[in-house]
Design a protein around this ligand. Structure first.
Ligand SMILES: Cc1cc2nc3c(=O)[nH]c(=O)nc-3n(C[C@H](O)[C@H](O)[C@H](O)COP(=O)(O)O)c2cc1C
Length: 738
């Protein structure tokens, strides 16, 4: 019997959902969505925060591609969905859902692929059933290692779902390669056989994933779509000049570096396999303005273009002061920058804020020149259109190409194999085409890795393969989105004028690669140049740029803030610029103490010793050389003198006189283990860790486990679980960065 139309399970319908912070999960999920459509599925593609657009009770197959960010946190474009998931009760409309989850993460972080794991658990609690084994891809070894075989295995698993769903035999069947058909047939035959023999359940996701691995590598490249790119110039006039288009200083376009790698191994491989699929061409860039502003050259440092979507409202700020905290011979150049607002802003010590810095102007102009754009085209207003274009491009209704390349595409990102494959399609020189194809293939993995190890910008790639003529629309839609940069606030709203200013401390990221190439980050060198590259010494307040910058408060999901109960002791662990939020904590506590002291003195608060009203504050700080990069040394000493900071433990990593057991903050936690345990056990201290997620945070975490084992009498596993519990209770808080 054919079910009524409304009740037909939509087994040939597929919804591909993503949660992505820096664009990987978004582009991988788009790839899956596009391949699904080519294979005959009716596929839809959404960010998890758009969950309201999905008819959950009707969806049969849902594919999730989710990354993990921060300290095991879900990406920003999925937080609304998580709040929604938390509220749902078991069996809440998900019982029909068949799910497949691909997680992206990095094993250098403690909570590897936490979002995918949590999502899997929660969806199954709510009644969803996996139809295909979960994949967890590791950025540390290369996402492709897992992503490519996972996607390859997805099609037979999906087809199996469709073919086995009895109600939908009349619906069109998805297209499979002959190999995939064989696999599905084998699964169905095996299932029939098992069923006859044992009356057993359908194959488990694990079995499916094991079976699909028989598909040959070379089949991955079976569906290739050559996109037609367009920069159509159907001009209409429009007077608007975008945010970044006003002329100030002239900038010479950068030329790019030629990346040298050895392609000699290419001769040994005549057959290339596992070539990634080229992303579909969806984007159309249409010129909507014929009134060019030919002499406009450099970006305004003022407000960011209106098409940029920030996670909280933009706040305009000017730079009040800048101070270089490290002398010229220090390994890193560290700046303390204070931003000022005209109106009060609300924040708490420990909060962070975002800055949307533009790409380096010379790099932007170099790329546009290399793409064949004429100077007079750069300031024309264009609009970006097309079905299925990346979410960050959808709001671009009217902008200049200059602004799109300044603010919307990441020009420093390392190339992915799918992009290299795309560039091969657009190379006109045969030798270059072959080299690019080789790097995109499985056989060229070593060469590809050697190429990436030199940190090429997009301009370097164009410079290395000069015959690549890639349309600008293809570049815009295939490069990942440029991300804002986040900094911890180092001051307190309780300090004088504290509600009208935010300070932050950061290392200026510029370095020379082993090949002698000058490399730079996006935001910190930009801020350094904007503030005039001040020398080491006192804060500079004069002669600073008068432009307004666009800042925004970062939604503080982790609640990395001081406890409301001021008597609770806090243990702060933050080497290098990881100390930034703790300077805000200390200033805040100092102000709280001053107020309490005044109230006691005038008799409005009970006479009590200040140390009874405020818990101990311990700081574990680390630097390389006491004289060169002990950041905020004077302030730390002052806070010690005032009794605000009750314990300062200093680790110094590059001074010979310092013994090995005091080089890193984790060494000092070990040394002070007994006292740390007492503070945790007897006084319920909070633990805060801020800084590098890979080396430091892991080392500190392991040492905290040891403290619980050695001094608290825990078994290793129990100690780990206790720390996890503290993390969930927000007693052990971490603010980490890559
Ligand atoms: C600031 C930052 C924090 C991260 N934190 C984690 C983490 O806690 N666990 C993990 O497995 N991966 C972590 N990663 C790795 C990302 O999940 C991985 O690079 C992924 O490919 C990013 O995908 P996306 O671009 O879709 O966000 C982190 C990456 C960054 C840049």
């Amino acid at each position: 019997m054919v079910p009524e139309k409304d009740t037909i399970p939509q087994a040939d319908h597929l919804t591909v959902l993503f949660a992505s912070q820096t664009g990987n999960a978004e582009s991988i999920s788009r790839n899956i969505h596009e391949q699904a459509e080519e294979r005959g599925f009716k596929s839809a593609h959404f960010a998890l925060n758009d969950f309201a657009k999905i008819e959950w009770e009707k969806e049969e197959c849902l594919v999730f591609v989710v990354s993990t960010t921060g300290d095991g946190d879900p990406p920003d474009n999925s937080t609304k969905f998580w709040r929604h998931l938390r509220k749902l009760k078991g069996g809440a409309g998900l019982t029909k859902a068949k799910i497949a989850i691909l997680g992206l993460g990095d094993t250098n972080y403690d909570n590897f692929c936490q979002t995918a794991k949590r999502l899997d658990t929660r969806l199954q609690e709510l009644g969803a059933t996996p139809f295909y084994a979960r994949g967890l891809a590791d950025d540390a070894i290369g996402l492709e290692e897992t992503v490519d075989p996972w996607i390859k295995g997805l099609w037979p698993a999906l087809a199996h779902q469709v073919m086995c769903a009895p109600a939908i035999h009349d619906l069109p069947q998805p297209h499979l390669t002959p190999e995939e058909k064989k696999v599905v047939k084998a699964i169905i035959e095996k299932q029939d056989h098992d069923h006859k023999d044992h009356q057993s359940a359908p194959p488990s996701p694990q079995k499916l994933s094991a079976t699909v691995s028989v598909i040959k590598e070379s089949d991955a490249a079976d569906v290739l779509v050559k996109g037609v790119d367009s920069l159509s110039v159907s001009a209409t006039t429009g007077p608007t000049a975008s945010a970044g288009a006003t002329a100030k200083i002239s900038v010479t376009p950068a030329t790019g570096y030629k990346i040298n790698v050895d392609f000699s191994s290419m001769a040994n491989h005549s057959n290339l396999t596992a070539l990634p699929r080229v992303p579909n061409s969806n984007l159309k860039v249409t010129n909507i303005d014929s009134t060019a502003t030919p002499n406009a050259t450099a970006p305004e440092t003022g407000p960011i273009p209106s098409f940029i979507q920030t996670p909280s409202p933009v706040l305009l700020a000017k730079i009040n002061s800048v101070q270089c905290l490290t002398p010229g011979d220090a390994i890193k150049r560290t700046l303390l920058v204070e931003f000022g607002f005209e109106d009060d802003v609300h924040y708490a010590p420990g909060d962070s804020f975002g800055i949307w810095a533009p790409n380096d102007e010379a790099l932007v102009r170099g790329v546009l020149a290399e793409l064949g754009m004429k100077q007079e085209d750069l300031n024309k207003q264009v609009k970006l259109e097309g079905d299925g274009i990346p979410s960050h491009l959808q709001p671009v209704q009217s902008a200049t190409l200059l602004d799109i390349f300044r603010y919307s595409v990441d020009l420093n990102t390392l190339p992915k194999r799918a992009n290299v494959r795309l560039y091969a399609d657009h190379a006109t020189d045969l030798a270059e085409k072959q080299q690019l194809m080789f790097m995109a293939s499985k056989q060229g993995t070593d060469v590809f890795n050697a190429f990436r190890a030199q940190g090429p910008t997009f301009l370097d790639i164009l410079h290395t393969f000069p015959s690549v003529r890639i349309p600008v629309a293809r570049v815009i839609e295939t490069l990942p989105p440029l991300q804002p940069r986040y900094y911890s606030i180092t001051n307190s709203p309780m300090a004088r004028n504290g509600h009208r200013r935010w300070s932050c401390a950061f290392n200026v990221v510029t370095y020379e690669s082993p090949e002698g190439v000058h490399r730079r980050g996006v935001c910190t060198p930009w801020l350094d140049e904007l503030t005039g590259k001040v020398p080491f010494g006192k804060a500079v307040t004069n002669g600073l740029s008068m432009d307004r910058l666009a800042l925004f408060l970062k939604p503080n999901e982790t609640k990395f803030n001081l406890p409301a109960d001021t008597t609770k002791p806090v243990i702060m662990i933050g080497p290098g610029t990881g100390v930034a939020p703790f300077m805000g904590f200390l200033e805040h506590r100092w102000e709280q103490r001053k107020i309490k002291k005044r109230l006691v003195n005038i008799g409005t608060a009970p006479r009590q010793h200040l140390d009874e009203m405020f818990g101990e504050m311990w700081l574990f700080f680390g630097c390389r050389h006491r004289e060169k990069d002990w950041l905020f040394m004077d302030m730390m000493k002052e806070y010690m003198k005032e009794g605000v900071l009750t314990e300062l433990q200093l680790a110094i990593s590059r001074e010979e006189s310092v013994p090995n057991n005091s080089k890193y903050v984790q060494d000092l936690i070990k040394k002070e283990g007994k006292r740390v345990w007492d503070l945790l056990d007897k006084k319920g201290a909070m633990i805060y860790v801020c800084g590098d997620a890979k080396g430091m945070a892991k080392g500190v975490h392991d040492e905290l486990v040891n403290v619980l084992v050695e001094h608290g009498g825990y078994e290793q596993m129990a100690a780990m679980m206790e720390l996890n519990k503290w993390a969930q209770e927000k007693r052990y808080l971490r603010d980490l960065w890559a």
